[in-house]
Design a protein around this ligand. Sequence first.
Ligand SMILES: [Zn+2]
Length: 273
Amino acid sequence: MLKRLNPGRARTTEVEISGLEVPLVLRRSARARRFSLQVSEARRSAVLTVPARSSLADAQHFLSRHLDWLKERLDGLCDPVPFSDGAVIPLRGLAHRLNFVGPIRRRGVVWVEDSDEARIAPVWPHGLDDAVDALPLLNVAGEGQHAPRRLLDWLKRQAHDDLRLRVDIHAKRLGLVPKRISVRDQSTRWGSCSSSGALSFSWRLILAPPFVLDYLAAHEVAHLEEMNHGAKFWALVERTMPRQAEARDWLHAHGSHLHAFGADTASAPMRDD
Ligand SMILES: [Zn+2]
């Protein structure tokens, strides 16, 4: 099953295993005391952590005992939704259908088109059953091959604008002053606050319902005062964002699904000063 357990210096190795649809990442760790198996939803891979001195046979044995569990977990992953013509993606929590319109003369290269019949549907919790044709359109102009990138850049700008607005509101309420805001493609955290007061966020928050983005804005602003997750910190968040518990529940239930959208579209980081 496992062809080899790389004995060299490489700490991680990717292994293809028959019957598994995603690669297994083998991680050697000096600190690991035992084997552990995880599924990374953001990276769509399985990760097997092994103690530095373990043998190939041990790893193989461990994996074979947990293969059914692993396959079950992998089956439960959301299918990736690349940015392609006709794909349905959420924008501010509501389903939109992507429409790559080709090279046309128009001022905005990306725009939302609602019609009278447009059906506004939340993508969560159950996805879309029918009537995909009736969804509002998210139009992307220009050559098809550049459309995913153009859409991603537009989504980042939308995320940036919404976050700027909400950060300023929370900062004003709490009497704090944020520095730069940047929006990035980060898979491990929704937001962060540096010791110098710079806030950064994942662009995927623009896919989530607005109160979720709002909560992240409040969370990072509160870190300007409390660089920890203690009781004082949560009191600050609660003061400026009373729906914080609801937003955290939402992220817990649906947050990892946000990584399914546009996963393989690359773009430059976006920031303001
Ligand atoms: Zn935090």
